[in-house]
Design a protein around this ligand. Structure first.
Ligand SMILES: CC(C)(COP(=O)(O)OP(=O)(O)OC[C@H]1O[C@@H](n2cnc3c(N)ncnc32)[C@H](O)[C@@H]1OP(=O)(O)O)[C@@H](O)C(=O)NCCC(=O)NCCS
Length: 142
């Protein structure tokens, strides 16, 4: 089941987020995002446990996917695919562009975004603290 989170879900979201980014809880203030009309967060729940989430900034015509993560135990079951589909279905019909940044060596995520028609539009050299490059990927609406 996909739903919007509430304050009680914040610890679990931060726990999952920290798998991707050590400082997740500091970088993303989920508490504030829950109150912010430009932030969209959806969680994927199985048997009352959150196993994945997607976070995006929705500026009506442009949407930026900030974070997407699935619990390692639940990967390769189309959970991320369902979360992206759900996000897209909730976006404004005037949406023109979805963007995101991904580590250039994150094959799993890049394959996933490829499937959704995202294309690499820019490379940000040494964008991450460890020197990894970032791909800026974008998908235009039909
Ligand atoms: C990337 C991630 C969100 C994918 O979640 P998922 O629920 O396993 O993805 P799905 O099951 O929906 O997979 C959809 C497609 O993604 C691609 N994919 C997913 N995992 C993959 C892997 N390990 N290797 C290669 N391609 C992969 C495939 O194209 C797959 O389609 P297929 O099953 O028909 O081959 C998950 O691996 C994850 O949480 N990774 C760590 C966090 C992260 O990197 N997030 C993205 C940051 S921008």
């Amino acid at each position: 089941m996909i739903r919007e989170p509430n304050v009680l879900d914040i610890p679990r979201i931060n726990e999952l987020g920290s798998l991707l980014e050590e400082n997740f809880a500091k970088v993303y203030s989920i508490n504030e995002m829950l109150e912010d009309k430009y932030s969209k967060i959806y969680v994927y729940e199985i048997d009352d446990m959150i196993v994945g989430f997607i976070i995006a900034t929705d500026l009506v015509e442009t949407c930026d996917i900030l974070s997407l993560i699935v619990d390692p135990e639940y990967r390769k079951r189309k959970i991320a695919t369902n979360l992206i589909d759900y996000l897209i279905s909730e976006l404004d019909e005037n949406l023109k562009l979805i963007t995101l940044e991904v580590r250039a060596n994150n094959t799993a995520a890049i394959h996933l975004y490829d499937k959704f028609g995202f294309e690499v539009v820019n490379v940000r050299k040494k964008y991450y603290a460890n020197g990894d490059d970032a791909y800026l990927m974008a998908r235009e609406s039909e």
